[in-house]
Design a binder for this molecule. Sequence first.
Ligand code: ATP
Ligand code: MG
Length: 271
Amino acid sequence: MRVLSLINQKGGCGKTTVAVNLAAALGRREQRVLLVDLDPQGHATLALSCDGESCASLRDVLTARTSIRSAIRRTPFGIDLLPAAESLAEFEEASARMLKPETVLHDALQDVADEYDWALLDCPARADGVLSANALRASSIAILVVETGAFALQGALRARRIFERTARAQGSRFDIRVLGTLFDRRTKCGRELLLAMHSRFGPDMFDTVVRESVKLREAAARGMPVQFLAPRSGSSDDFAALAVELAATRLRDGHDLVARTVSREGTPAPL
Ligand SMILES: Nc1ncnc2c1ncn2[C@@H]1O[C@H](COP(=O)(O)OP(=O)(O)OP(=O)(O)O)[C@@H](O)[C@H]1O
Ligand SMILES: [Mg+2]
Protein backbone atom coordinates (compact mmCIF):
# COMPACT_ATOMS: atom_id res chain seq x y z
CA MET A 1 0.00 0.00 0.00
CA ARG A 2 1.39 3.39 -1.01
CA VAL A 3 0.32 6.17 1.33
CA LEU A 4 -0.08 9.69 -0.03
CA SER A 5 -1.21 12.81 1.76
CA LEU A 6 -2.85 15.78 0.08
CA ILE A 7 -1.66 18.74 2.02
CA ASN A 8 -1.14 22.49 2.23
CA GLN A 9 -1.44 24.93 5.08
CA LYS A 10 -3.76 27.04 2.96
CA GLY A 11 -7.49 26.48 3.15
CA GLY A 12 -9.66 26.06 0.07
CA CYS A 13 -6.82 25.31 -2.36
CA GLY A 14 -8.35 22.05 -3.65
CA LYS A 15 -6.90 19.33 -1.36
CA THR A 16 -10.20 17.52 -0.88
CA THR A 17 -11.14 17.82 -4.55
CA VAL A 18 -7.84 16.21 -5.53
CA ALA A 19 -8.10 13.51 -2.84
CA VAL A 20 -11.62 12.42 -3.85
CA ASN A 21 -11.18 12.52 -7.61
CA LEU A 22 -7.68 11.05 -7.67
CA ALA A 23 -8.98 8.22 -5.47
CA ALA A 24 -11.82 7.61 -7.94
CA ALA A 25 -9.44 7.77 -10.92
CA LEU A 26 -7.26 5.08 -9.32
CA GLY A 27 -10.37 3.06 -8.42
CA ARG A 28 -11.51 3.09 -12.04
CA ARG A 29 -8.20 1.48 -12.94
CA GLU A 30 -8.89 -1.54 -10.76
CA GLN A 31 -6.72 -0.20 -7.97
CA ARG A 32 -7.83 -0.85 -4.40
CA VAL A 33 -8.08 2.56 -2.78
CA LEU A 34 -8.73 3.73 0.76
CA LEU A 35 -9.52 7.41 1.22
CA VAL A 36 -8.93 8.67 4.75
CA ASP A 37 -10.69 11.89 5.77
CA LEU A 38 -8.42 13.66 8.26
CA ASP A 39 -10.39 16.87 8.35
CA PRO A 40 -12.99 17.44 11.11
CA GLN A 41 -14.99 19.40 8.48
CA GLY A 42 -15.57 15.99 6.84
CA HIS A 43 -15.69 17.37 3.31
CA ALA A 44 -14.23 14.24 1.68
CA THR A 45 -16.83 12.21 3.60
CA LEU A 46 -19.63 14.44 2.27
CA ALA A 47 -18.16 14.43 -1.24
CA LEU A 48 -18.76 10.66 -1.27
CA SER A 49 -22.33 11.03 0.08
CA CYS A 50 -21.36 9.53 3.44
CA ASP A 51 -22.14 10.66 6.93
CA GLY A 52 -19.37 10.46 9.50
CA GLU A 53 -21.59 11.30 12.47
CA SER A 54 -23.82 8.22 12.58
CA CYS A 55 -21.20 5.47 12.89
CA ALA A 56 -17.56 4.77 13.66
CA SER A 57 -15.15 7.30 12.22
CA LEU A 58 -11.44 8.16 12.16
CA ARG A 59 -11.63 9.69 15.65
CA ASP A 60 -12.66 6.29 17.05
CA VAL A 61 -9.70 4.63 15.32
CA LEU A 62 -7.17 7.22 16.52
CA THR A 63 -8.42 6.95 20.09
CA ALA A 64 -8.48 3.13 20.00
CA ARG A 65 -12.28 2.93 20.47
CA THR A 66 -12.60 0.77 17.39
CA SER A 67 -10.45 -1.09 14.87
CA ILE A 68 -9.68 0.49 11.52
CA ARG A 69 -11.41 -2.35 9.70
CA SER A 70 -14.72 -1.78 11.42
CA ALA A 71 -14.64 1.96 10.69
CA ILE A 72 -13.94 1.64 6.95
CA ARG A 73 -16.95 2.01 4.67
CA ARG A 74 -17.48 0.80 1.12
CA THR A 75 -18.76 3.55 -1.21
CA PRO A 76 -20.65 3.10 -4.49
CA PHE A 77 -17.72 4.76 -6.29
CA GLY A 78 -15.24 1.90 -6.33
CA ILE A 79 -13.26 3.15 -3.33
CA ASP A 80 -13.40 2.69 0.44
CA LEU A 81 -13.62 5.52 2.95
CA LEU A 82 -12.47 6.03 6.51
CA PRO A 83 -14.87 8.88 7.35
CA ALA A 84 -14.41 11.92 9.56
CA ALA A 85 -16.83 13.40 12.06
CA GLU A 86 -16.71 16.78 13.79
CA SER A 87 -15.48 15.03 16.94
CA LEU A 88 -12.15 14.42 15.18
CA ALA A 89 -11.17 17.89 16.40
CA GLU A 90 -11.14 16.43 19.96
CA PHE A 91 -8.19 14.25 19.01
CA GLU A 92 -5.98 17.33 19.26
CA GLU A 93 -6.72 17.52 23.00
CA ALA A 94 -6.68 13.77 23.61
CA SER A 95 -3.29 13.52 21.90
CA ALA A 96 -1.71 15.70 24.60
CA ARG A 97 -2.01 12.71 26.95
CA MET A 98 -0.58 10.21 24.45
CA LEU A 99 2.93 9.02 23.87
CA LYS A 100 3.93 9.64 20.23
CA PRO A 101 0.42 10.65 19.10
CA GLU A 102 1.69 11.30 15.55
CA THR A 103 2.27 7.59 14.95
CA VAL A 104 -1.29 6.34 15.60
CA LEU A 105 -2.56 6.52 12.01
CA HIS A 106 0.60 4.94 10.62
CA ASP A 107 0.19 2.02 13.01
CA ALA A 108 -3.53 1.61 12.28
CA LEU A 109 -2.93 1.58 8.52
CA GLN A 110 -0.53 -1.35 8.90
CA ASP A 111 -3.58 -3.54 9.73
CA VAL A 112 -5.05 -3.00 6.24
CA ALA A 113 -1.83 -2.59 4.28
CA ASP A 114 -2.41 -5.84 2.37
CA GLU A 115 -5.96 -4.92 1.42
CA TYR A 116 -5.25 -1.73 -0.55
CA ASP A 117 -2.90 -0.54 -3.27
CA TRP A 118 -3.25 3.09 -2.21
CA ALA A 119 -4.26 5.08 0.86
CA LEU A 120 -4.98 8.75 0.16
CA LEU A 121 -5.07 11.05 3.16
CA ASP A 122 -7.09 14.26 2.89
CA CYS A 123 -5.51 16.68 5.36
CA PRO A 124 -7.00 19.68 7.14
CA ALA A 125 -5.71 23.16 6.33
CA ARG A 126 -3.90 23.31 9.67
CA ALA A 127 -0.46 22.01 8.75
CA ASP A 128 1.16 22.12 12.20
CA GLY A 129 -1.49 20.13 14.10
CA VAL A 130 -1.39 16.52 15.26
CA LEU A 131 -3.68 15.32 12.42
CA SER A 132 -1.33 16.57 9.72
CA ALA A 133 1.61 15.18 11.70
CA ASN A 134 -0.11 11.77 11.61
CA ALA A 135 -0.62 12.07 7.86
CA LEU A 136 2.99 12.97 7.18
CA ARG A 137 4.30 10.23 9.45
CA ALA A 138 2.24 7.66 7.54
CA SER A 139 3.04 8.91 4.01
CA SER A 140 5.66 8.04 1.45
CA ILE A 141 4.66 11.11 -0.59
CA ALA A 142 3.16 14.39 0.54
CA ILE A 143 1.45 16.08 -2.39
CA LEU A 144 1.46 19.81 -1.88
CA VAL A 145 -1.70 21.01 -3.61
CA VAL A 146 -1.22 24.55 -4.92
CA GLU A 147 -3.91 26.77 -6.36
CA THR A 148 -2.41 28.54 -9.39
CA GLY A 149 -3.46 32.02 -8.23
CA ALA A 150 -1.88 35.11 -6.72
CA PHE A 151 0.75 34.56 -3.98
CA ALA A 152 0.59 30.80 -4.52
CA LEU A 153 4.32 30.38 -5.08
CA GLN A 154 5.26 32.12 -1.84
CA GLY A 155 2.65 30.09 0.05
CA ALA A 156 3.86 26.83 -1.49
CA LEU A 157 7.48 27.54 -0.63
CA ARG A 158 6.51 28.35 2.96
CA ALA A 159 4.41 25.19 3.20
CA ARG A 160 7.26 23.07 1.84
CA ARG A 161 9.60 24.47 4.50
CA ILE A 162 7.08 23.57 7.22
CA PHE A 163 6.74 20.00 5.93
CA GLU A 164 10.49 19.58 5.63
CA ARG A 165 10.82 20.74 9.23
CA THR A 166 8.13 18.26 10.31
CA ALA A 167 9.93 15.46 8.47
CA ARG A 168 13.19 16.29 10.24
CA ALA A 169 11.51 16.54 13.65
CA GLN A 170 9.73 13.21 13.14
CA GLY A 171 12.66 11.49 11.51
CA SER A 172 10.21 10.63 8.66
CA ARG A 173 11.23 10.13 5.07
CA PHE A 174 8.46 11.23 2.78
CA ASP A 175 8.99 12.91 -0.60
CA ILE A 176 7.27 16.20 -1.31
CA ARG A 177 5.69 16.67 -4.75
CA VAL A 178 3.83 19.72 -5.98
CA LEU A 179 0.54 19.67 -7.89
CA GLY A 180 -0.97 22.77 -9.52
CA THR A 181 -4.73 23.04 -9.41
CA LEU A 182 -7.58 25.45 -10.15
CA PHE A 183 -5.67 26.32 -13.32
CA ASP A 184 -7.23 28.70 -15.81
CA ARG A 185 -5.16 28.80 -18.99
CA ARG A 186 -7.10 31.83 -20.24
CA THR A 187 -5.50 34.08 -17.63
CA LYS A 188 -1.96 35.37 -18.12
CA CYS A 189 -1.45 35.30 -14.35
CA GLY A 190 -2.31 31.57 -14.19
CA ARG A 191 0.02 30.70 -17.09
CA GLU A 192 2.90 32.72 -15.65
CA LEU A 193 2.45 31.25 -12.23
CA LEU A 194 2.51 27.71 -13.55
CA LEU A 195 5.77 28.45 -15.38
CA ALA A 196 7.25 29.98 -12.21
CA MET A 197 6.22 26.91 -10.21
CA HIS A 198 7.85 24.58 -12.73
CA SER A 199 11.09 26.56 -12.66
CA ARG A 200 11.09 26.70 -8.83
CA PHE A 201 10.10 23.10 -8.07
CA GLY A 202 11.60 21.43 -11.16
CA PRO A 203 11.11 17.66 -11.23
CA ASP A 204 9.20 17.75 -7.92
CA MET A 205 6.27 19.21 -9.82
CA PHE A 206 3.68 17.00 -11.54
CA ASP A 207 3.31 17.66 -15.28
CA THR A 208 -0.41 17.17 -14.86
CA VAL A 209 -2.27 20.23 -13.71
CA VAL A 210 -5.89 20.15 -12.57
CA ARG A 211 -7.88 22.71 -14.50
CA GLU A 212 -10.56 24.87 -13.00
CA SER A 213 -13.94 23.41 -13.87
CA VAL A 214 -17.49 23.92 -12.77
CA LYS A 215 -17.98 20.14 -13.09
CA LEU A 216 -15.72 19.60 -10.06
CA ARG A 217 -17.83 21.93 -7.93
CA GLU A 218 -21.01 20.31 -9.15
CA ALA A 219 -19.72 16.79 -8.46
CA ALA A 220 -18.76 17.75 -4.88
CA ALA A 221 -22.17 19.31 -4.31
CA ARG A 222 -23.87 16.14 -5.56
CA GLY A 223 -21.71 13.91 -3.37
CA MET A 224 -19.90 11.98 -6.09
CA PRO A 225 -16.52 11.97 -7.86
CA VAL A 226 -16.49 13.82 -11.19
CA GLN A 227 -15.89 10.57 -13.09
CA PHE A 228 -19.42 9.51 -12.12
CA LEU A 229 -21.07 12.83 -12.92
CA ALA A 230 -19.18 13.61 -16.12
CA PRO A 231 -16.99 10.72 -17.23
CA ARG A 232 -16.04 12.38 -20.52
CA SER A 233 -15.18 15.77 -19.04
CA GLY A 234 -11.79 17.47 -19.06
CA SER A 235 -11.74 17.06 -15.27
CA SER A 236 -12.06 13.28 -15.56
CA ASP A 237 -9.18 13.39 -18.07
CA ASP A 238 -7.06 15.49 -15.68
CA PHE A 239 -7.41 12.95 -12.86
CA ALA A 240 -6.85 10.00 -15.18
CA ALA A 241 -3.59 11.64 -16.31
CA LEU A 242 -2.60 12.32 -12.71
CA ALA A 243 -3.21 8.67 -11.75
CA VAL A 244 -0.97 7.49 -14.59
CA GLU A 245 1.74 10.02 -13.77
CA LEU A 246 1.61 9.03 -10.11
CA ALA A 247 2.13 5.39 -10.95
CA ALA A 248 5.28 6.27 -12.89
CA THR A 249 6.66 8.36 -10.02
CA ARG A 250 10.13 7.52 -8.82
CA LEU A 251 10.92 8.26 -5.18
CA ARG A 252 13.98 10.24 -4.20
CA ASP A 253 15.59 7.11 -2.77
CA GLY A 254 15.59 5.66 -6.30
CA HIS A 255 12.66 3.28 -5.79
CA ASP A 256 9.58 3.36 -8.01
CA LEU A 257 6.47 4.37 -6.08
CA VAL A 258 4.66 1.46 -7.67
CA ALA A 259 6.63 -1.77 -7.67
CA ARG A 260 6.06 -3.18 -11.15
CA THR A 261 3.80 -6.14 -10.65
CA VAL A 262 3.74 -8.84 -13.27
CA SER A 263 0.47 -10.39 -14.38
CA ARG A 264 -0.05 -14.13 -14.76
CA GLU A 265 0.58 -13.75 -18.50
CA GLY A 266 4.03 -12.36 -17.71
CA THR A 267 3.41 -8.76 -18.82
CA PRO A 268 3.58 -5.84 -16.40
CA ALA A 269 0.14 -5.19 -14.95
CA PRO A 270 -1.29 -1.86 -16.23
CA LEU A 271 -2.43 0.78 -13.78
N1 ATP B 1 -10.13 22.52 -10.08
C1 ATP B 1 -11.22 23.07 -9.54
N2 ATP B 1 -12.14 23.69 -10.33
C2 ATP B 1 -13.23 24.28 -9.79
N3 ATP B 1 -13.50 24.30 -8.49
C3 ATP B 1 -12.65 23.70 -7.65
C4 ATP B 1 -11.46 23.06 -8.12
N4 ATP B 1 -10.79 22.57 -7.05
C5 ATP B 1 -11.53 22.89 -5.97
N5 ATP B 1 -12.63 23.56 -6.32
C6 ATP B 1 -13.68 24.11 -5.43
O1 ATP B 1 -13.04 25.01 -4.53
C7 ATP B 1 -13.57 24.86 -3.21
C8 ATP B 1 -12.45 24.42 -2.25
O2 ATP B 1 -11.96 23.16 -2.70
P1 ATP B 1 -11.57 22.01 -1.67
O3 ATP B 1 -12.65 21.80 -0.68
O4 ATP B 1 -11.13 20.86 -2.48
O5 ATP B 1 -10.33 22.72 -0.96
P2 ATP B 1 -9.55 22.26 0.36
O6 ATP B 1 -8.14 22.67 0.17
O7 ATP B 1 -9.82 20.85 0.66
O8 ATP B 1 -10.27 23.19 1.46
P3 ATP B 1 -10.11 23.05 3.07
O9 ATP B 1 -8.80 23.69 3.42
O10 ATP B 1 -11.30 23.80 3.61
O11 ATP B 1 -10.13 21.59 3.41
C9 ATP B 1 -14.69 23.82 -3.33
O12 ATP B 1 -15.90 24.51 -3.52
C10 ATP B 1 -14.33 23.03 -4.59
O13 ATP B 1 -15.48 22.49 -5.23
MG1 MG C 1 -10.53 19.93 2.40
